[in-house]
Design a protein. Structure first.
Length: 454
C-alpha cells in the first residue's frame, strides 16, 4: 500500500471512529437502504415475469426460494457480518495488513460455503423440493431454477463477502453502484431471457437463473478490478492462510450463520402451527407476516452501518463511542418500527386488503397485526443489538437470544394451540419472542462493555 492509499485509509477510518455519529451512520446506511429498495423492486418484477410461465413455474420457484434466501442471509448478514466486523476492528486498530489478509481469507471462506450450498442443492435438492410439495411440472421447474442459481453459488458467495469486506472498510458506495447498475440491467434482461423477444428465445426459469449469474459475474469483475488494483482501502492479494485469520471471521460469522438458521426455523415452525388452523388462517398469516420479512432488510441497512462503526470504535478502544452508536441506532430502529407497527395495528386492512378481500383470511391477518404490531419496536431494536454484537465480536448472547426466540415463538405457539386455545392467542407468543430477543441481546451487549471496564 503506497502513501496515498495509507492516507486515504487513515482519513476514512478516522471519520468513522471520530466523526459526528449521525452523519457518519447515515453515510454508511443510506446507500445500503437504496440498494435494498432496488433489489426488492427487481425481485417483485421477476416474480411477475415468472408468473407468466404459469402456476407450475411459480410453485417451482417457491420451493427453491427458502434455500436461496437462506444462502443470501448467511452470506450477507451471517458470515458477511463476521467479515465486516473483523475488517472494521482490524482497521480501527490500525492493522491494515491484517485487514487485507482478512479479505483473502474471506474469499476462501466464500468458496468453501459456496461449494457446500452447490453440492447440497444438487445432491439433496430433488428430495428436498419434493418433500416441500413440488411434483410433476413444478418439480421440473424447481430443479431447473435450482441448477442455475446454486451452480453459481461459489460466485454469489465470493461477491457477497467481497462487498461485506468493503462495507467493513467503510466503502459502501461501490457495492451500492454495482447493485443499482445491476438492477437497471436486470429490469429488461430478466423478461428477455425468461420469456424471449424477437430472435431471442425464451429460456423459462433457466433464463431467470442465467440473468442472476450474469449480474454476479459482472459484479465479480468490477470488485476484482477494484480490489486487486488497490484502488480502495483494501487490497486483494495472495497471502499466507492462517488459523487466526479464519477465526477472526468465523468467531462472529459462524455464530451469526447459525442465528440465521434459527430465524428460518422460527418462521417455519410458526407457519406449521398456523397451518393446522387451515388454509384461510395460513393465507391471512402469510399476508400479515410479510411485514416481518420486510423489517429484516430494513434493519440490515441500518445494521450494516452499526457493524462498521461499532467494530471500528471497539478496535480503536473507543468503547464509549461504540455505546453511543448502539444507543442512537437502537433508538431509531425502535421508533421507526414501533410507529409502523402501531399504524398496522390500528389500520390492518390498509395492508391486508392489498392482497385479499376474502373475509376469513382478512380476519386472521387482522388478529396477527393487532397483537404483534405494537411490539414491532422490540423486534427492530433487537436486530440492531444483534448487529452491534457482531461489531463487538461477541455473539454468545445473540445466539442465545435467537434460540430463545425460536423456543418461545414456535414452541410457545404450539403449546398454546395444543392446550386448546384459539390461534389468535398463539400470536402472543410471537410478541413475547420479540421482547425476549431484544432484552437478551441488550443484556449481552451491556456485559461486553462491563468486561472492558466501560
Amino acid at each position: 500500500m503506497n502513501g496515498q492509499d495509507s492516507s486515504m485509509t487513515t482519513a476514512r477510518m478516522t471519520g468513522i471512529i471520530d466523526g459526528p455519529i449521525m452523519p457518519t451512520l447515515a453515510r454508511l446506511t443510506v446507500p445500503v437502504l437504496v440498494v435494498i429498495a432496488a433489489q426488492t423492486f427487481v425481485s417483485i418484477l421477476e416474480a411477475y415475469w415468472v408468473s407468466r410461465l404459469g402456476t407450475a413455474a411459480i410453485a417451482g420457484v417457491a420451493v427453491v426460494l427458502p434455500l436461496f434466501i437462506l444462502m443470501g442471509t448467511m452470506s450477507n448478514g451471517g458470515i458477511g457480518g463476521g467479515v465486516s466486523s473483523a475488517v472494521s476492528r482490524a482497521l480501527g486498530a490500525g492493522r491494515r495488513d491484517d485487514a487485507n489478509a482478512l479479505l483473502t481469507h474471506a474469499v476462501v471462506i466464500a468458496l468453501a460455503f459456496g461449494m457446500l450450498f452447490a453440492v447440497t442443492a444438487f445432491a439433496a435438492g430433488p428430495r428436498l423440493y419434493a418433500g416441500i410439495g413440488a411434483e410433476g411440472a413444478s418439480l421440473t421447474y424447481a430443479l431447473t431454477f435450482s441448477a442455475w442459481v446454486f451452480g453459481g453459488a461459489p460466485l454469489i458467495w465470493v461477491v457477497n463477502l467481497m462487498a461485506a469486506a468493503m462495507r467493513g472498510a467503510g466503502e459502501v458506495r461501490l457495492p451500492a453502484k454495482v447493485s443499482l447498475a445491476g438492477a437497471v440491467i436486470l429490469v429488461p434482461l430478466s423478461p428477455l431471457l425468461i420469456l424471449g423477444a424477437g430472435p431471442v428465445p425464451g429460456l423459462g426459469l433457466a433464463g431467470a437463473g442465467i440473468a442472476t449469474l450474469l449480474y454476479y459475474g459482472a459484479a465479480f469483475g468490477v470488485y476484482c478490478r477494484y480490489l486487486v488494483g488497490g484502488r480502495g482501502v483494501l487490497v486483494l492479494r495472495r497471502t499466507r492462510l492462517e488459523r487466526h485469520g479464519f477465526a477472526a471471521i468465523m468467531q462472529v460469522g459462524g455464530i451469526s450463520a447459525i442465528g440465521t438458521l434459527l430465524t428460518s426455523l422460527t418462521a417455519v415452525g410458526l407457519t406449521g402451527v398456523v397451518g393446522k388452523a387451515g388454509p384461510d388462517a395460513l393465507a391471512g398469516y402469510g399476508i400479515a407476516s410479510r411485514i416481518d420479512s420486510l423489517l429484516v432488510p430494513l434493519m440490515f441497512g441500518l445494521g450494516s452501518g452499526v457493524v462498521t462503526m461499532v467494530a471500528a470504535a471497539s478496535g480503536a478502544g473507543h468503547d464509549e463511542r461504540a455505546g453511543q452508536v448502539i444507543r442512537l441506532a437502537a433508538g431509531i430502529a425502535f421508533a421507526v418500527t414501533t410507529l409502523l407497527g402501531l399504524t398496522l395495528a390500528f389500520a390492518p386492512d390498509a395492508w391486508i386488503t392489498l392482497f385479499t378481500d376474502e373475509p376469513a383470511p382478512l380476519a386472521w391477518g387482522r388478529d396477527y397485526l393487532q397483537v404483534n404490531g405494537p411490539f414491532y419496536g422490540f423486534a427492530g431494536a433487537g436486530l440492531i443489538f444483534y448487529f452491534a454484537a457482531q461489531g463487538r465480536g461477541q455473539m454468545r448472547a445473540a445466539f442465545l437470544a435467537a434460540l430463545m426466540r425460536l423456543l418461545i415463538t414456535a414452541g410457545g405457539a404450539y403449546a398454546i394451540v395444543t392446550a386448546g386455545f384459539d390461534l389468535a392467542a398463539a400470536f402472543w407468543a410471537v410478541a413475547a419472542g420479540s421482547i425476549v430477543f431484544a432484552i437478551v441481546n441488550g443484556i449481552g451487549l451491556a456485559r461486553t462493555f462491563r468486561q472492558t471496564g466501560s
